[in-house]
Design a protein around this ligand. Structure first.
Ligand SMILES: [Zn+2]
Length: 216
């Protein structure tokens, strides 16, 4: 999942009104922020195997530290503690922790059985939504539009950057997502990692746009 993760973060705004837009997007993506760092440092392993699932060419051979259920819970606790220390919002912290764990649940729905339960445990699970391109696109786009509408209802644009800018961001992410699913696979793991690190710029744009909206 990609925009499906963002969807959950956007939808959580009414539950964590003090959380900023980039934080709401980073929490459900936390495991995918850890992942390229762990792959680049050689701790986790991925290969590109076109056709391994219809919607994603990633053979996720080894990712127990970024993507196991037990580690997802550990990352969630860390994220929630960091958020309380940094922002001081105790009410929002459990919501952000739940967003971090939601990544594992959505990946479990989307992935082939490559999702680990804990480091050192062989069993891996996955329901395989990615085996269907239309299924993947319909489910994730519907989630994302729903999440964006919930975020928009919980907040109010201060100006055109917060208004039109927000919806341009939503449209651009949807277009990028369709491009990634329908386009050719990345030429190499290195290119894939570059893309992963590059996509973190989205958080910067979200920070800028989020500052032009207020709770309402
Ligand atoms: Zn993931």
């Amino acid at each position: 999942m990609f925009i499906g993760h963002f969807a959950v973060g956007l939808a959580a705004k009414p539950l964590a009104p003090r959380a900023s837009l980039p934080v709401l997007l980073a929490a459900p993506m936390a495991l995918d922020i850890a992942w390229p760092i762990l792959v680049t440092t050689g701790i986790e392993q991925v290969r590109i195997v076109p056709g391994i699932t219809a919607a994603s060419p990633l053979a996720l051979d080894y990712m127990p530290y970024s993507h196991s259920l037990v580690m997802a819970i550990a990352w969630a606790v860390l994220f929630a503690i960091g958020y309380v220390v940094w922002i001081g919002d105790r009410r929002g912290a459990p919501v952000l922790g739940a967003l971090v764990v939601s990544h594992w649940v959505l990946d479990w729905i989307a992935h082939r059985p490559d999702m680990p339960l804990a480091p050192g445990v062989e069993t891996r699970v996955g329901l395989g939504l990615w085996n269907s391109v239309p299924g993947t696109l319909i489910v994730e786009t519907a989630m994302f539009v729903g999440g964006a509408l919930l975020y928009a209802r919980a907040t109010r644009a201060r100006d055109r950057i917060g208004g039109a800018g927000f919806w341009i961001l939503i449209a651009a992410l949807t277009a990028m997502y369709f491009g990634a699913v329908l386009g050719p696979p990345p030429p190499s793991v290195g290119a894939m990692m570059g893309l992963s690190f590059g996509s973190m710029a989205i958080l910067g744009v979200a920070w800028w746009i989020g500052r032009h909206r207020e709770n309402g």
